[in-house]
Design a protein around this ligand. Structure first.
Ligand code: PLP
Length: 411
């Protein structure tokens, strides 16, 4: 059976370079290859000092409210987010779910969620199948916001027994699937004011709220002032092995603690985890700005004059997440990502080193890479080298095979 055209083209490319088909094996066995893993900030590993902080953390039973390190962390994060109280939970997904369960006590309730939001796309619809809340989906704009007029039109009247009640609006800041975009403060404020006027709760999935605060150069509490509850995640750019916090009013946290128990998220001597977070807030949070700088540098590195295959909107690079689009018709994002991971042909000689960059294809024609604490200045430079090399190599190859491709498509 004939191979689909893009695979056929890439196979030609590999052959042209006299590369063996051992790329897959190479990357696992050749220790001289530097692997730069940009698949997600969630893959970042706890540094040695964080592990020591964990080992030395004082602990107690957090279900009894006895863990001094957890208590210290809760007080610190509540203050940082400008909220009355906080609760430590195992994950971002559970933090969002508990928040929704807490706000939506009762039946026939609905929450407005963005069609690109993590809550809607990547939490298995827990708001529906566990919390029993209906999602009212609004289209996210590319910058992670949505149309305010449309949002207003989705707010249900409460005097009609046929309709569910709109109880919540969920925002996400930074917005993961929209490329780590930071929501404008004016948007946050407008949503919050409209919600408050209509007796509706705003919950913020602020898994990366610290990235947003760094990008805006404001304290996180200035962002979270425009929401009633917020979830912040420590296992992303902050390199903690696990852990999120939800914050809000005392009443919200009182009820959230009950919900946490119901979903099995109440943990015991978790001071060892809170110790990791306290370390991260002191030592890793101040370095988030480096991740943003590296993300931009890497994005810029591939946009050379020779580039004919990739498009990146640099104005949309706000934080540590970057999306790119493949504009070469014959190339799929999956193939581009694979080529970035491979070390083939004379590349090692040209670059003076074998570099394998890992990242995910996000759709057929788009890919994503994410910077994090484990990527040093030197590794960011290596990633720039590799991106530039591959983009120029593929651009050259596709230009020189233009006539060949036209011939193939003509057949
Ligand atoms: C925006 C956002 N919200 C929530 C989550 C869920 O976090 P967790 O993986 O800790 O459940 C993620 C995870 O990537 C995320 O990016």
């Amino acid at each position: 059976m004939a191979l689909p055209r893009p695979f056929f083209c890439l196979r030609q490319l590999y052959r042209t370079q006299r590369a063996s088909v051992t790329w897959c094996r190479l990357q696992h066995t050749d220790r001289s290859i530097r692997i730069i893993d940009l698949r997600s900030d969630a893959i970042s590993k706890p540094p040695q000092e964080m592990r020591e902080a964990m080992m030395n953390a004082e602990v107690g039973d957090d279900v009894f409210g006895d863990d001094p390190t957890v208590n210290k962390l809760k007080a610190r994060v509540a203050k940082m987010l400008g909220k009355e109280a906080a609760l430590f939970v195992p994950s971002g997904t559970m933090g969002n779910l508990i928040s929704i369960m807490t706000h939506c006590q009762g039946r026939g309730l609905e929450a407005i969620v963005g069609d690109q939001s993590h809550i809607f796309l990547h939490e298995q619809g827990g708001m529906a199948h566990i919390a029993g809340v209906m999602g009212s989906v609004i289209k996210n704009k590319p910058d992670g916001t949505f149309d305010i007029t449309e949002m207003k039109s989705l707010i249900r009247r409460r005097d009609d027994i046929h309709e569910p009640w709109t109880r919540m609006i969920c925002l996400e800041n930074t917005h993961n699937k929209c490329g780590g975009r930071v929501l404008p403060q004016s948007f946050m404020q407008e949503v919050y004011e409209i919600a408050t006027e209509n007796d509706i709760i705003v919950h913020l999935d602020g898994s990366r709220i610290l990235n947003a605060a760094v990008a805006l150069d404001i304290p996180p509490s200035e962002i979270s002032q425009y929401c009633h509850s917020v979830q912040i995640c420590f296992s992303k750019g902050l390199s903690c092995p696990i852990g999120s916090i939800i914050a809000g009013t005392n009443d919200f946290i009182f009820m959230a603690e009950r919900m946490r128990k119901a979903v099995g998220g109440a943990m015991r001597q978790v001071g060892i985890l809170a110790g990791a977070v306290l370390y991260a807030l002191d030592n890793i949070a101040p370095k988030l700005i480096d991740d943003h700088r590296h993300a931009r540098r890497i994005a810029e590195s591939m946009l050379t004059d020779k580039n004919k295959i990739v498009k990146i909107d640099l104005d949309a690079v706000d934080t540590n997440i970057v999306f790119g689009e493949i504009i070469e018709e014959g190339l799929l994002a999956e193939q581009f990502c694979r080529r970035m991971s491979d070390v083939i042909g004379k590349e090692r000689v040209d670059l003076g080193i074998g570099i394998s960059v890992k990242m995910f294809p996000y759709s057929k024609k788009s890919f994503r890479f994410v910077l994090h604490n484990n990527i040093s200045e030197e590794e960011a430079t290596l990633a720039c080298k590799k991106f530039r090399y591959v983009v120029e190599e593929l651009s050259d190859w596709y230009s020189s095979h233009q006539s060949f491709r036209e011939e193939v498509s003509y057949q």
